[in-house]
Design a protein around this ligand. Structure first.
Ligand code: GTP
Ligand code: MG
Ligand code: NA
Length: 327
């Protein structure tokens, strides 16, 4: 999350080694995105920070949200689906209106988060791709380090004024009290390993009990899209539960509830952005947090932002239809 153009999509591009941001109209994100990062890809990055870090999760799904002020609804929706957030702040700009708005959303949900203080390369002289940030800082001459510190202190003060305790992640001695700041550059990838490391560290230490897989379905429609050869499809974010090919589903439509049957469950390849047209992977079943494209007949009137329900053997279809709501 974060203000427009702080580098949210570019950071993801750096991790994915993709170029999604350059393909966006006006360089502005206008949809919720989702990318799945499998454990092997994460391990490659975390070992640069701590070679002994034990990765226990099978991967993470990262949701990208727009920062432009007009997409407040998408920020709300996106942030309501996550267990942990990354708030991206541009080190040259400090706190901006949508930074503050994002902080308020996170506070309301009591959602733990880390801060990526991005674009540090603007201060830097010598950059090396994908190195961890403390090495990157150590490489700089004193006056560069001084400028970094000056800008960092300014942002910290702004955050303190909002009542937030923050610390550079390697100086943070109490992760429950202080929010960690990870300096990053989406251009060079410096600090990107640290950002993933911090996310995973928090996920595995502070949140382990919360991260149990839940049976009950939590699945939100984020996009209704017509795809050549597939017809009208919906992109959903599956947070909890299981989707299967052949499942009967219920979701909100412009003219009332839609009841249909899943014909195909597609996901992008690992490390690919769901909102960009890709080669899809077919699944008979998905029970991992993931961005999923659902093909089914009769989706023309589907509405983004609504919850999707699966009709189970013991469910009353009429009751589920009554429960379809727009969020
Ligand atoms: P929205 O999704 O539209 O809110 O923007 P965003 O936060 O996703 O930012 P985006 O990735 O679109 O980047 C905005 C601009 O900043 C682009 O021109 C990027 O090339 C540039 N940029 C992003 N990260 C960095 C960085 O770390 N260093 C430098 N120098 N430029 C960056
Ligand atoms: Mg973006
Ligand atoms: Na942008």
């Amino acid at each position: 999350m974060g203000h427009v153009d702080t580098g949210k999509t570019k950071l993801l591009d750096k991790i994915r080694r993709t170029n999604v941001q350059e393909g966006e109209a006006g360089g502005i994100t206008q949809q919720i995105g989702a990318t799945f990062f499998p454990d092997i890809a994460l391990q490659e990055q975390t070992k640069k920070v701590d070679p002994n870090f034990d990765l226990e999760v099978p991967g993470i799904m990262v949701i990208d949200t727009p920062g432009h002020e007009s997409f407040n609804n998408l920020r709300k929706r996106g942030s309501s689906l996550c267990d942990l957030a990354i708030l991206v702040i541009d080190i040259m700009h400090g706190l901006e209106p949508q930074t503050v708005e994002s902080l308020e959303l996170l506070k309301k949900r009591k959602c733990p988060f880390v801060i990526a203080l991005n674009k540090i390369d603007v201060c830097y002289q010598n950059s090396k791709t994908y190195t961890c940030v403390r090495e990157a800082l150590d490489r700089q001459e004193q006056f560069v380090r001084d400028e970094f510190r000056q800008r960092y202190d300014k942002v910290v003060l702004q955050l303190n004024e909002l009542g937030l305790n923050v610390a550079l992640y390697w100086e943070n001695d109490d992760y429950r009290r202080n929010i960690s700041i990870v300096p990053t550059s989406a251009l060079t990838g410096e600090g990107v390993p640290d950002l993933l490391y911090m996310l995973l560290y928090l996920a595995q230490t502070l949140m382990a009990s919360k991260l149990e897989v839940e049976e009950e379905l939590q699945c939100t429609v984020i996009e209704v899209k017509t795809i050549e050869g597939l017809g009208t499809t919906i992109d959903v974010i599956l947070v909890n539960g299981t989707l299967r090919e052949g499942d009967q589903i219920v979701l909100a439509g412009m003219d009332g509830p839609i009841v249909t049957t899943i014909r195909a469950l597609l996901t992008p390849q690992p490390m690919k952005e769901m909102r960009v047209k890709n080669e899809y992977v077919h699944h008979a079943m998905i029970n991992q947090s993931m961005g999923v494209k659902i093909c089914a007949p009769g989706l023309d009137q589907a509405v983004a932002g609504t919850e999707l329900q699966v009709v189970g053997p013991d469910d009353d279809l009429e009751e589920l239809k009554d429960r379809t709501t727009w969020t």
